[in-house]
Design a protein. Structure first.
Length: 301
């Protein structure tokens, strides 16, 4: 008797099918996996490319310059004869050592920092920034009146006054006034033990040009800027030779005194900027890898 059946000799066995799958499908799976890894790597690179210029931009953003809203110089005169005079309405301010022929000069500057806070809040978000640096900008001026000492290089100091209630007055070098801050009232009323030192700086003896002196970020200075408060600075001789003349707020910008305030965004702000891109990257990398190959089971008749 002859039995008829399916010719099984020409069909690959199950083992051969498995080997064929490993030979054909596995390399494709590897290629797919590598392709997905490449896409994730490109996504990481994209996030870096996007965020790196952004962080650099926020770091080097233009500083805010707060102009002085009141200023005055006070002087002793050669024999103390100018100690009760007010010089708050002139075009120049001065700092000079007390042993010089025309006596000691000090200057006071007041700044309203509410605009600084509003500007930085608008740029970075309310409360999403911190101070990087604060500079005092002064414009050197030539000698213009015999009341002043001859200009000379030397050291001067800057301190933060706790009392900002002084009155600017209207006197000038040629016509002093009897009302407003003077040398005597500065010493007796406005200088206090709580004043904070903001640094000692070198004046090169020049009679022109803009100078910026980076102030120490003392606690009251930082807090005042962050709160948008009104602050006053006192400038005084820190050696026996300095005589520094510089423009008052009566001058045109940039020759007015100013506080140059630079800020940087808080890390949390940058983290919020990167969060959406990070989520997109995570979702992209979590997508399942499809081989594109369907494995069909073979059955025998």
């Amino acid at each position: 008797m002859t039995f008829r059946g399916t010719n099984r000799g020409t069909q690959p066995s199950y083992l051969q099918q498995s080997q064929n799958f490993m030979t054909v499908a596995a390399p494709q799976c590897v290629r797919k996996s590598n392709s997905m890894k490449d896409k994730c790597s490109r996504s990481v690179a994209l996030i870096f490319i996007v965020l790196w210029p952004l962080t650099r931009f926020t770091t080097i953003a233009a500083p805010y310059i707060a102009p002085a809203t009141a200023d005055a110089f006070v002087a002793t005169g050669p024999s103390g004869n100018l100690s009760v005079n007010n010089y708050g309405g002139g075009g120049a301010l001065a700092v000079a050592a007390g042993n010089l022929p025309n006596g000691e000069f000090q200057s006071v500057l007041r700044f309203d920092l509410s605009g600084a806070r509003s500007s930085l809040d608008a740029q970075y978000g309310a409360g999403q920034w911190s101070l990087q640096s604060v500079g005092l900008q002064l414009s050197s001026s030539p000698h213009g009146n015999t009341i002043y000492n001859q200009i000379a290089a030397g050291l001067f100091g800057v301190s933060l006054l706790q009392n900002s209630s002084w009155q600017e007055g209207t006197g000038n070098a040629s016509n002093p006034s009897g009302s407003g801050i003077n040398y005597n009232s500065l010493q007796s009323t406005y200088i206090s033990a709580g004043d904070q030192a903001l640094g000692v700086f070198n004046f090169d003896g020049g009679t022109s040009g803009i100078n910026i002196y980076n102030l120490n970020l003392a606690s009251d200075l930082s807090a005042g800027i962050l709160a948008g408060s009104t602050l006053s600075l006192r400038l005084f001789a820190a050696d026996t030779s300095v005589s520094y003349l510089f423009g008052s707020r009566a001058m045109q910008p940039p020759n007015q005194p100013g506080l140059v305030i630079s800020a940087v965004p808080e890390p949390a702000a940058l983290a919020l900027l990167s969060l959406p891109l990070g989520i997109l990257l995570w979702l992209r990398c979590q997508r399942p890898i499809s081989t594109g190959i369907d494995v069909a089971q073979t059955t025998e008749d």
